[in-house]
Unconditional design. Structure first.
Length: 271
């Protein structure tokens, strides 16, 4: 025999406690009667003053299980609230409270986390889709920025050259020029002599400009064509810059690490 289930058989009541008692047998032999008993303590939150209760027990045999329901019992509930005159309810006046209570502002952390996740996902997708164009634009911007810096420094040295500072200005201009060419081409220029540079470029104007620079550096000789000679070197650097820029524009993508030609010469381009 199975007593009622405390979860499903007592709705809408809630079982607070169950007390079970040992089996009691009266009589002997075929007239003996055995009784099993249990006491359920129930709680109801319904407002009806009269409620019904009907619970089953189950008899389990070798072949089946039979549910036996008790007769429906009427439960009379007594309210613990004080009795009031229903006719005088309308005489009560509700108290009003119009003072606003300030609430402590709470930060919306779930919204912050969700926003960061959305931003992270969108940033990752944009980077995957536009990685190569963005890298190419970055390298072109870096190339243009270094060229403008070189041009400003080289022009300042060239325009301020005179008989008193010819050796010093020409030496600084040539070192700056060689370092910038190294950055563009990735080849060694600072260690080359004038003859080796002339042989590499194989241009008469460049060769003459390098010889004039040597006269200014080693002979401290200021010539009438000193500034124009330095301008020839500046024009050569501009041609190499334009060629390098066209090469970078024609490449579909750029490597993620810095190219080798930008490794050593950056110190000579600082303002």
């Amino acid at each position: 025999m199975i007593f009622p289930d405390t979860i499903s058989h007592f709705a809408p009541y809630r079982v607070e406690d169950v007390a079970t008692f040992t089996t009691q047998t009266t009589g002997t032999g075929a007239q003996a009667i055995s009784r099993d008993s249990a006491v359920y303590t129930l709680v109801s939150f319904e407002t009806d003053s009269i409620q019904l209760l009907r619970v089953p027990i189950r008899i389990i045999s070798a072949n089946d299980c039979t549910a036996l329901y008790t007769a429906a019992d009427t439960v009379f509930l007594r309210s613990r609230l004080p009795q009031t005159d229903s006719t005088g309810l309308h005489s009560f006046t509700l108290a009003t409270e119009t003072t606003l209570t300030p609430l402590r502002q709470q930060f919306n952390y779930p919204l912050l986390v969700s926003s960061l996740l959305v931003i992270g996902v969108l940033s990752t997708l944009l980077f995957i889709l536009f990685r190569q164009p963005l890298q190419r634009l970055w390298w072109l911007s870096r190339l243009d920025r270094h060229y403008r810096r070189f041009q400003q420094q080289f022009n300042r040295l060239s325009r301020s050259i005179n008989a008193q500072n010819a050796a010093d200005n020409a030496n600084q201009a040539v070192i700056l020029w060689k370092s910038y060419l190294e950055e563009l081409d990735g080849q060694s220029y600072t260690s080359l002599t004038t003859s080796e540079l002339a042989e590499r470029f194989n241009e008469e104007k460049v060769t003459a400009a390098l010889r004039d620079a040597d006269l200014m550096i080693y002979g401290n000789v200021f010539l009438s064509q000193s500034q124009s000679s330095l301008q020839v070197l500046s024009d050569l650097a501009e041609r190499i810059y334009q060629r390098r820029r066209r090469e970078m524009q024609s490449i579909a993508g750029q490597p993620t690490s810095a190219p080798p030609e930008t490794s050593e010469a950056s110190s000579a381009l600082t303002p």
